[in-house]
Design a protein around this ligand. Structure first.
Ligand SMILES: CC(C)(COP(=O)(O)OP(=O)(O)OC[C@H]1O[C@@H](n2cnc3c(N)ncnc32)[C@H](O)[C@@H]1OP(=O)(O)O)[C@@H](O)C(=O)NCCC(=O)NCCS
Length: 392
């Protein structure tokens, strides 16, 4: 590499056979957690096809699978679920932080700061052992729903709701962010949320997971690595896309406006949120799964409005750009129908992806090698120092 760089003027980017902008296609490490399967399964968590997990498991089961490396037995699942319920309340320090929040703050910034603060309050903050990291992962997973919902309520001028000590992770989360419904529709919503949490839980070396692994590779603490991941997830090219999809569907407004809106958007070379993927170029298998749930919820709610806008846009994007929706697209329809405020879409992604991040932090530190790549230098050629008095 040095040979090539020295022979060319440094201002012109040298060609380097191993260089891939955005690390596209680069194998940056080994992992036994998630496989991007180009075949029918689309994605596998620890060997299991995502479709089987989404339709047959509780989110708790999948969280256990990711963190502990295998599916739990009945007794293990019961104990894990109880542990998640037990740790649902927040330390005083974090509650005081929530009281200081003001309207207009970005929910992901609040969440990033809150998670960092949870690290300060954690009794095992500086214990980097595998066992302590697993216990911290479980506590974080249990605490994040209340942190998200409580912060949102304080910023809206309301008193935070108490988390439910009973109920599944998805039921508690739905209750905290959208209020409880005791009917069949409430059960269908909790089921769709459970599915979306499973689909969001893990995705190999995506940007936020890679950020977590880079951070963990310095042997810093788990909360620090997760804080870096949250900051990374916020961006609209990554997790921020699901909030942007909701805003886009609201902006389009009606199914008959889609064609005009899309023409204008593409003419101005703007990206259509919820379409395309860096790795899944042939389509995202998770999208078809959440689409089914979004359509079912639309029927149960007697409101096909959002689904029709989305399905029309889906068809036109394939015809005009050859692009297919990613997971964020129909998830936004499901969340709109559940009454989840769109600002909470990306924080809800965190509720789920925290499991994948923590599994990766633990895996990274199990076989650690500091992640420290090289850059292709494109700056000025070597020059002599100019004394201050000679500079014009
Ligand atoms: C996800 C994403 C960042 C992947 O980007 P990428 O791998 O860098 O893909 P590229 O930027 O190389 O795009 C390839 C082509 O498809 C187009 N394209 C990709 N995604 C597009 C989108 N969502 N809307 C419109 N055009 C898109 C690009 O403009 C480019 O076209 P060109 O070759 O004519 O310039 C990109 O698809 C995107 O921005 N999607 C919208 C945001 C989103 O949904 N993010 C969630 C990801 S899970």
């Amino acid at each position: 590499m040095n040979q090539t760089m020295h022979e060319q003027p440094a201002t012109k980017a040298p060609v380097h056979p191993d260089y891939s902008p955005g690390l596209e296609g680069v194998i940056a490490g080994e992992s036994a957690i998630c496989q991007v399967d180009e075949g029918e399964a689309g994605l596998r968590y620890r060997g299991y096809a995502i479709g089987d997990l989404a339709e047959r498991c509780s989110f708790e089961e999948v969280a256990y699978l990711l963190l502990f490396g295998r599916l739990p037995t009945g007794a293990e699942l019961a104990e894990f679920s109880q542990s998640l319920q037990r740790h649902r309340s927040l330390p005083h320090q974090v509650r005081r932080f929530m009281d200081s929040l003001r309207p207009g703050m970005h929910q992901m910034d609040v969440l990033r700061t809150g998670i960092s603060l949870l690290g300060l309050s954690d009794p095992e903050a500086q214990d980097g052992s595998r066992e302590a990291n697993l216990r911290k992962s479980v506590r974080l997973l249990a605490q994040i729903p209340e942190l998200i919902a409580g912060s949102y309520q304080v910023m809206a001028g309301r008193k935070p709701m108490e988390p439910d000590r009973e109920g599944s992770f998805a039921e508690n989360l739905l209750n905290l962010v959208a209020g409880r419904r005791q009917d069949d529709l409430g059960a269908a919503m909790a089921q769709a949320l459970n599915v979306s949490l499973i689909l969001y839980a893990e995705h190999e070396f995506n940007a936020s997971t890679f950020a977590a692994r880079v951070t963990a590779s310095t042997l810093t603490d788990l909360h620090g690595a997760v804080t870096a991941a949250v900051a990374t997830l916020k961006g609209p090219l990554h997790g921020g896309a699901n909030e942007a999809v909701a805003a886009m569907l609201i902006e389009i407004g009606r199914p008959e406006h889609v064609a005009f809106w899309l023409r204008e958007t593409l003419a101005h070379k703007r990206r259509v949120m919820g379409f395309g993927h860096r790795v899944l170029r042939q389509g995202d298998a998770r999208s078809a799964i959440i689409q089914r749930h979004a359509e079912r919820l639309s029927d149960l709610c007697g409101d096909r409005h959002w689904y029709q806008i989305a399905a029309t846009l889906d068809r036109l994007m394939l015809e005009q750009k050859g692009l297919r929706p990613n997971l964020d697209f129909y998830t936004a329809v499901a969340y709109l129908l559940m009454g989840i405020p769109s600002e909470l879409s990306t924080p809800l992604f965190v509720c789920s992806r925290i499991t994948g991040w923590c599994a990766h932090v633990i895996e990274q530190q199990d076989h650690n090698r500091l992640i420290r790549p090289r850059a292709l230098y494109t700056g000025p050629a070597p020059k002599a120092y100019d004394p201050l008095e000679q500079r014009t």
